[in-house]
Design a protein around this ligand. Structure first.
Ligand SMILES: [Zn+2]
Length: 264
């Protein structure tokens, strides 16, 4: 081999080019159209695609073999890529076209509307991967619970994550008993149960930082239990081992994600 020649790629990669390699060569948009369609049609899942370590629309074949635990692990793996600055940069246009006829997401996330906590970004998921419901303070409402009943029972998602976060303005407003119009005031009151179950040291104030963070975490736990209480559909899926319901807390200072003990 000449000194200036590039070393040959490993045999496996010669046989089936990795999507990232093709993208690096500027071939992703052209060469990957067919494989993407194959995934969308339910082709046999590959390990890396199942865990989300490679760009590929999540399809029915992958959803069929994924366990609820694996669904949570895929979310965590995606967050780890984001936290490490190693998020996959997938061809979203190709994925949108590949999933146009059918979507089979693997998980649902209930998150706050906070602009710093966009689930698809901080979990590095792509088009067709996850259902997201967002509302200030990530509280389950009837409409959100109904949406997740569709996402799980009908569309087959294997996990639901209730995601809280640090420095949550909605939690702060609830603690301060802010009153801003009928709708926002009613929404903030939905967090009162989380405030009531949180031990208070010092004053009840949004300036009491440890209390704000503790309430935000309690609000996740209350949210998980509320989902279970409100929905027989979700409860039965969890009891049957077909769905995992988890609570998580995202620190916007450190980008760390922590699963919370929620009693599920
Ligand atoms: Zn928030």
């Amino acid at each position: 081999m000449c000194d200036s020649c590039l070393p040959p790629p490993p045999a496996a990669r010669l046989m089936r080019p990795n999507r990232r390699h093709l993208l690096a060569l500027g071939l992703g948009g052209v060469v990957l159209g067919a494989p993407l369609r194959a995934f969308a049609e339910g082709g046999a899942p590959e390990a890396a695609a199942l865990t989300g370590d490679e760009c590929a629309p999540f399809n029915a074949g992958m959803q069929a073999v994924m366990t609820p635990d694996e669904a949570v692990e895929r979310l965590i793996a995606g967050h780890q890529r984001f936290q490490a600055g190693a998020s996959l940069q997938c061809d979203l246009r190709a994925e949108a076209l590949a999933t146009a006829e059918k979507q089979t997401p693997f998980a649902c996330i209930l998150s706050c509307i906070d602009s710093r906590v966009a689930p698809e970004l901080i979990f590095n998921q792509q088009i067709g991967d996850i259902f997201c419901a967002r509302v200030a303070g990530n509280v389950p409402t009837t409409e959100i619970v109904g949406s997740f009943e569709y996402a799980t029972k009908v569309a087959g998602a294997k996990a639901i994550m209730v995601l809280g976060h640090s420095h949550c303005g909605a939690v702060k407003g609830a603690i301060d008993e802010a009153e801003v119009g009928d709708n926002l005031t009613d929404l903030l009151r939905l967090m009162e149960p989380a405030i009531q179950v949180t031990p208070l040291e010092g004053e009840r104030s949004s300036h009491n930082h440890p209390f704000v963070e503790a309430v935000a975490q309690a609000n996740v736990r209350v949210g998980v239990q509320t989902l279970l209480m409100m929905s027989a559909v979700i409860r039965e899926l969890v009891e049957a081992g077909e769905l995992r319901l988890v609570g998580a807390y995202y620190d916007i200072d450190t980008l760390e994600l922590r699963l919370l003990e929620t009693g599920t």
